[in-house]
Design a binder for this molecule. Sequence first.
Ligand SMILES: *[C@@H]1O[C@H](CO)[C@@H](O)[C@H](O)[C@H]1NC(C)=O
Ligand SMILES: *[C@@H]1O[C@H](CO)[C@@H](O)[C@H](O)[C@H]1NC(C)=O
Ligand SMILES: *[C@@H]1O[C@H](CO)[C@@H](O)[C@H](O)[C@H]1NC(C)=O
Length: 260
Amino acid sequence: MFLKKIAVFFAFIFFVFSDASFVDNLPKCHLEDNECLRDLYETVIRDIGKHGIPDLNIPPVDPIRLTNVTVSVLHVVNITMIDGVAKGIKDCLFEKFSINITSEIGHQENTCDLTIKGHYKVDTTSSLAENLLGGSSVHGDGNGKVKIDKLHLKFDFPFYAQRRDDGEIYIKCIYDLIKYDYEIQGKVAFFADNLYVGEQEISTPIIAMLNENWRFVMSGFGQPFVDKAMEFYFRFAGYFFDNVPARYYIIDDLSPYAKP
Ligand SMILES: *[C@@H]1O[C@H](CO)[C@@H](O)[C@H](O)[C@H]1NC(C)=O
Ligand SMILES: *[C@@H]1O[C@H](CO)[C@@H](O)[C@H](O)[C@H]1NC(C)=O
Ligand SMILES: *[C@@H]1O[C@H](CO)[C@@H](O)[C@H](O)[C@H]1NC(C)=O
């Protein structure tokens, strides 16, 4: 009976961490060693991006597949990525990463080149069509692409050391309370085809106009897109922190800080 329990226990450990090379090869850091933490974070995002963590059922996440992801702009325009991909996160430059266990706030900064492309669809409300466009609706259904060069991101993310029922302590990020700020240090380029006002195909002039005015476009309408991108970014990071106990990458004992 006892042996059987041990066998089950080891089978469980094996099942959870049979990708031993992944967790065992993680850099191990002291809490206050920011350079080590930055290195760890970079290793994790690159590795998960390329290979996932197969035995935790985490698929490779770069490119990220986007299906039916809708961003609503000013409640009058919905832009939906029906089937597309976002890529670039694993190649971000990870510039800063630190965590303060006393204040329970982490900070990170990185700079990324991101590309989002695929089959898009645009819908607008009828009131926009009536008020601005003399009754013609704006609609589109075709190929779209947005390329952002040098998106610099700064995050403050609240977290705590969470003790779970398995006895392990995890770094638990509170996703809803993440604060972030961004700045486009490079530029943004748009592409789309099959965009119409009424019956008229307007993608060439519209795309030229958006590209000439990308700075204005992003400052006026960029926020909901970046908000959506952040949701995906943190899902990415969360795959790691929510699944790998802190003792695999933090040397210090977190038990004095742990909460349920
Ligand atoms: C996306 O939406 C379209 C149209 O509503 C639907 O046909 C398709 O099955 C959806 N795809 C997924 C993966 O949900
Ligand atoms: C962590 O935060 C606490 C409380 O805000 C502060 O007193 C302390 O100096 C911070 N530690 C580091 C290493 O920044
Ligand atoms: C945009 O999507 C939201 C939520 O799916 C929906 O309630 C709204 O009617 C849509 N607006 C347009 C212009 O299609």
